[in-house]
Design a protein around this ligand. Structure first.
Ligand code: FA5
Length: 329
């Protein structure tokens, strides 16, 4: 009996020293296994209990259990101490310097087309034009018929139309707003309409979805001179005083006479838009007395104005989502 008790006491002393000496949690786990594991020193002592007098067995067993509990308690305390010091070492190593500046965010900004659109709206409202709106899915009548495009007239081919269900189209120009705004109203009035339009078209200066600004004014003494004055002022406001401009005669079924306007671009000319005096038949289609009133109208490409302003060589660049283009100031 005495020898087992001594053995246990020696084992506890050794275990305690080994536990205190453990420097890592892994190390501690190995030490614990050496004393308390199935093949450990305590198990070896317990295996010897069978040879003792029956009276002794209980007492030695109890002492062994008490030793085991003490050793477990020292292991748990040491583990806690080691884990805490691991955590502090970790924190010290990966210290967070809260005084450092944060990562720079990418500031959002408006699309070049939106910026030009807002400038255009400001310019025309300052000249007394009111802003009108119209739908992008439009009836064939408002997009073509009321604008004097006969049903089978080849002029409809001028605009590569996307047809949608029913007798509808994706509007090919903002001129549909002329019909909507004039019908039921009595002149004088001046309107601008800005928005998306769609055509089956794609190259460096054409895109299937693009933007136009439509402007029109109807009064008793409106002339082609007024139209030219407004367009020159508009172009210079948008593209600078130095911009070179030219008018060319053209044909549109809804204006008479009609013209196209170009601006200087990469050593040549780029078509900016169409214009003319509103055809008397279009005025009549909207219930406006064409004997008494005349009007002018124009429809200019906004995307092309943005290309000029921001030096963008291809229209597709504006819709590719490339931040080098979109991030320009
Ligand atoms: C028209 O759309 C007429 N509705 C303009 C008009 C209005 C004339 C009122 C008379 C009175 P046009 O098809 O030429 O016209 O287009 C006008 C402008 O839109 C073009 O000069 C060009 O700047 C722009 N544009 C036309 N197609 C595209 C396209 N696929 N991509 C980008 N811009 C385009």
């Amino acid at each position: 009996m005495a020898s087992q008790t001594e053995e246990l006491s020696q084992l506890e002393d050794d275990a305690r020293a080994a536990i205190e000496a453990a420097t890592t949690v892994q190390n501690l786990t190995e030490v614990r296994a050496g004393y308390l594991g199935r093949k450990g020193s305590l198990a070896a002592i317990l295996r010897g209990i069978g040879q003792l007098e029956p009276a002794e067995r209980g007492r030695v067993g109890q002492s062994a259990n008490a030793s085991k509990e003490r050793i477990e308690a020292w292991v748990a305390a040491r583990r806690q101490a080691l884990e805490a010091s691991d955590r502090s070492a970790n924190l010290a190593q990966h210290q967070l310097d809260t005084s450092l500046p944060g990562a720079a965010g990418y500031p959002g900004q408006l699309h070049p087309v939106t910026r030009i659109e807002r400038e255009i709206a400001d310019f025309f409202t300052s000249m007394g034009f009111a802003i009108e709106d119209g739908p992008e899915v439009e009836t064939d009548f408002n997009n073509f018929g009321a604008l004097n495009f006969p049903d089978d007239h080849p002029a409809r081919d001028m605009q590569d139309t996307f047809f949608v269900e029913g007798n509808n189209v994706l509007r090919t120009h903002t001129s549909n707003v002329q019909i909507r705004a004039m019908t039921g109203r009595t002149p004088p009035f001046r309107f601008v309409a800005l928005g998306r339009v769609y055509r089956h078209d794609l190259d460096a200066t054409h895109y299937p979805m693009f933007h136009q600004v439509e402007g029109f004014m109807v009064d008793e003494r409106t002339s082609f001179g007024d139209l030219k004055g407004v367009l020159y002022a508009f172009a210079r406001h948008l593209m600078g005083q130095e911009i070179q401009l030219r008018f060319r005669p053209h044909f549109f079924p809804f204006t008479e006479p009609s013209a196209e306007m170009d601006f200087s671009w990469q050593g040549g000319w780029l078509e900016w838009g169409g214009c003319g005096m509103i055809h008397p038949q279009v005025l009549e289609n909207c219930g406006v007395d064409s004997e008494r009133f005349q009007g002018f109208a124009f429809g200019m490409g906004i995307d092309r104005s943005a290309m000029l302003r921001f030096g963008i060589p291809r229209i597709t660049h504006m819709f590719d989502g490339d931040l080098r283009i979109l991030g320009q100031r």
